[in-house]
Design a protein around this ligand. Structure first.
Ligand SMILES: Nc1ncnc2c1ncn2[C@@H]1O[C@H](COP(=O)(O)OP(=O)(O)OP(=O)(O)O)[C@@H](O)[C@H]1O
Length: 260
């Protein structure tokens, strides 16, 4: 079987343009089952647009996108539902419903996609809340009553509500202090291992790349320049890559990994 056939996400020939602005031209990306792929690139390089295209929240001008063996750009409602049912997403601001408690937020996808009795949904939602590292008391709180880190954990619990095969995380450690960010990295890794998930992770956080990502895809020049293990990527002779990985923060993250 070819690598493309093995891929859990496969993107080919992707084109995204907004008016005269071209964001992606002939972009290709493959994500393998069970890996954590870190997606990096400068601000405005099109990381979120790529994630939104894969999730069919945004229609590209051209390209083929397959997710879990289905055509992600198909209008067929069964394919759409299958992908939605098997995909969890943590958006940048966690995007929780502000008038619902954490527990109710986690139950939203269950109510939409399953016919389980309310009591069973509650028990399952409590399991996800614990899995995301929240105390059970957090379940009855509103998002506004939580810290930023706890809101992200609540967002993870909701993303895991339907036991997805694929988890999308948009800058999960943004806005967290370094200790909170390191704890969140550990959480992502432990959940990924426990559940055998494939994780698509947009980040600017070099520590995240070095500590938990199996491969790193760099978006630059409107395409994926390279998709490889972090040490290989850091050696690629491209101005943005060199500035990012060999600048003071990149060197510190690399040295921290070496001393682990
Ligand atoms: N709906 C839209 N309409 C017009 N332009 C858009 C739209 N969505 C994104 N863009 C543009 O596409 C480009 C890529 O945006 P995107 O949000 O994907 O960047 P990013 O790599 O995620 O950036 P950041 O790291 O700052 O979050 C930007 O120039 C942005 O202004």
């Amino acid at each position: 079987m070819s690598a493309a056939a093995d891929a859990i996400i496969s993107v080919e020939g992707l084109v995204n343009r907004f008016g005269a602005d071209s964001v992606h031209e002939n972009l290709a990306l493959e994500v393998r089952p069970g890996e954590i792929i870190g997606v990096v690139g400068g601000s405005g390089s099109g990381k979120s647009v790529l994630m939104r295209s894969i999730l069919a929240l945004q229609r590209p001008q051209a390209g083929r996108i397959r997710v879990l063996g289905r055509d992600a750009l198909s209008f067929d409602p069964d394919s759409r539902r299958f992908i939605e049912r098997n995909t969890g997403v943590l958006f940048q601001n966690a995007a929780l419903f502000s008038s619902l408690t954490v527990l109710e937020n986690v139950m939203v996808p269950m109510k939409e996609h399953s016919a389980l009795p309310e009591r069973v949904m509650r028990d399952l939602a409590m399991m996800k809340i614990r899995l995301a590292g929240l105390e059970p008391e957090a379940a009855l709180k509103l998002p506004a009553e939580l810290s930023g880190g706890m809101r992200k954990r609540a967002g993870i619990a909701r993303a895991l509500a339907l036991d997805p095969a694929l988890l999308f995380l948009d800058e999960p450690t943004a806005g967290l202090d370094p200790i909170g960010a390191a704890a969140f990295d550990r959480l992502i890794l432990s959940i990924q291992k426990a559940l055998g998930l494939t994780v698509f992770l947009i980040t600017h956080d070099l520590d995240t790349l070095y500590t938990i990502c199996d491969r790193v895809a760099v978006l630059a020049d409107r395409t994926v320049l390279v998709n490889a293990p972090v040490d290989e990527v850091a050696g690629v002779a491209h101005p943005w890559i060199q500035e990012y990985f060999k600048g003071p923060r990149g060197r510190a993250a690399h040295d921290a990994q070496e001393s682990r």
